[in-house]
Design a protein around this ligand. Structure first.
Ligand code: CP
Length: 341
C-alpha cells in the first residue's frame, strides 16, 4: 500500500551535527531549522529498527503518558517507543483520573512526577496545557497534542515521511517541495506543527479549504528564518492538485466546532458539498503529478475528506506515517532526556 520507499544512501552520518538543546518539545513554531533537523537526523537511527536499543540511556527509567483526550496512534506509538528504549511506561487516562474530581492538570503532573517519573508525555484538550505543565515540573515534557495548538511529534513524523518519499533524508532540506494541507485547518494542531516545520525547512505550503476552515490569516504562520518557505491560502482544491508534491488531508473535527451536535458544523454547509469541493476522491488523486503522495494524520473520516480507494491506494503513505512515528518518538524522548541531563 505505501508509496515506494527510497533506500538510504551509504556513508550518511546517523549523528546530528547539532544536538537538540531543549528539555521539552512543546511545539515546532519558532524552533530553528537546525533544531528541527537535529530531531529528524536522530530519528533516522531509530526509524525501522527491529530490536530494542541495547545501549539506551532511558533503560530502566519510567515514561508517563498523561492523556486527557482520546488517542489511538499517539499513545500507542509513545508506548512502543518507550519500550524500544527499554523504559517502563505508566499510563494515566484523564477519564479515569482524579481530574474528574477537580484536580488540576499541574497538580496531576506534579504528583505523577513525584513518583519518580523521568519524562511526561501530555495530551490535553486545552491549547497551552503541555507548555504550562512543562513550566511546573523538572522532568522533560513532550506535547502529544494540546487543543488546537500543536502536535509536534506528528509534525516531525509527517515531515520525515515526506522527506523519505521525496529522497530528502540526507539533509532534510525541503526547498522546491510544495505541500497542500487540506480541510479543517483552523481546528488542527497537526496543521500548525506541519506549517511551522515544513516552512522552516524550506517547503512551501498551500492551505486549502472553505473560508471558515482555511482563513487567509493562516498565511501569517510561515516561519521567517533564512530559506524558509511560504504559506498561501486557496479555496480551489482542483487548481492546486497538479502542482503539489504531497497532499495532507485533515479530519473534519466536528467535535471542535461550535455546533458539535451530530455532524453539523457552522463552517460546512453540507457534508455532501464539502466532499464535492474538498474531498480527496479517486478522480482527484488522478490529477496529482507522478510521485505525489497522499498523507493523513488519522483518524480518517472515510468517505468524507478521504475516499477509501485513495486511503488504501498507491499514493497513500498513511500507514508509513504511523510506522515512522515510533522511531521519531524514540528520538524525541532521547533528545529531550539528553538535553535535560
Ligand atoms: N494522529 C493522531 O494524533 O492520532 P490519535 O488521536 O489517534 O493519537
Amino acid at each position: 500500500m505505501p508509496a515506494t520507499r527510497r533506500p538510504l544512501s551509504k556513508g550518511r552520518s546517523q549523528k546530528p551535527v547539532i544536538a537538540w538543546d531543549r528539555k521539552d518539545l512543546i511545539g515546532l513554531q519558532g524552533v530553528s531549522a537546525e533544531q528541527i533537523r537535529a530531531l529528524l537526523v536522530a530519528s533516522r537511527a531509530r526509524v525501522d529498527i527491529t530490536t530494542d536499543v541495547t545501549d539506551s540511556p532511558l533503560a530502566g527509567t519510567t515514561i508517563a503518558n498523561l492523556f486527557f483526550e482520546d488517542s489511538t496512534r499517539t499513545r500507542t506509538s509513545f508506548t512502543n517507543a518507550a519500550h524500544r528504549l527499554r523504559a517502563h511506561v505508566s499510563n494515566l487516562l484523564g477519564a479515569f483520573s482524579s481530574v474528574t474530581k477537580g484536580e488540576t492538570l499541574i497538580d496531576t503532573a506534579r504528583n505523577v512526577e513525584a513518583m519518580g517519573v523521568h519524562a511526561l508525555v501530555i495530551r490535553a484538550r486545552q491549547g497551552g496545557a503541555a507548555g504550562l505543565i512543562a513550566k511546573n515540573v523538572r522532568c522533560p515534557v513532550v506535547n502529544a497534542g494540546d487543543g488546537r495548538h500543536e502536535h509536534p511529534t506528528q509534525g516531525l513524523l509527517d515531515i520525515y515521511t515526506l522527506a523519505e518519499a521525496k529522497g530528502r533524508l540526507n539533509d532534510f532540506k525541503l526547498k522546491g517541495l510544495t505541500v497542500a494541507i487540506v480541510g479543517d485547518i483552523v481546528s488542527s494542531r497537526v496543521a500548525r506543527s506541519n506549517i511551522a516545520g515544513l516552512t522552516a525547512l524550506g517547503a512551501n505550503v498551500v492551505c486549502v479549504g472553505p473560508a471558515g476552515l482555511a482563513p487567509r490569516s493562516l498565511e501569517s504562520l510561515a516561519e521567517t528564518g533564512p530559506g524558509a518557505g511560504t504559506v498561501r491560502v486557496t479555496h480551489d482544491f482542483d487548481r492546486v492538485l497538479p502542482e503539489v508534491d504531497a497532499v495532507m488531508m485533515l479530519r473534519v473535527q466536528f467535535e471542535r466546532h461550535a455546533d458539535a451536535a451530530g455532524k453539523n458544523s457552522p463552517s460546512i454547509a453540507s457534508i455532501r458539498e464539502y466532499r464535492s469541493f474538498f474531498g480527496m476522491t479517486g478522480a482527484r488523486a488522478d490529477q496529482m503529478k507522478k510521485g505525489a503522495i497522499v498523507m493523513h494524520p488519522g483518524p480518517i473520516n472515510r468517505g468524507l475528506e478521504l475516499d477509501p480507494e485513495v486511503a488504501d491506494g498507491p499514493r497513500s503513505v498513511i500507514l508509513r506515517q504511523v510506522t515512522v512515528g515510533v522511531g521519531v518518538r524514540m528520538a524525541v524522548l532521547e533528545a529531550c532526556a539528553a538535553a535535560s541531563a
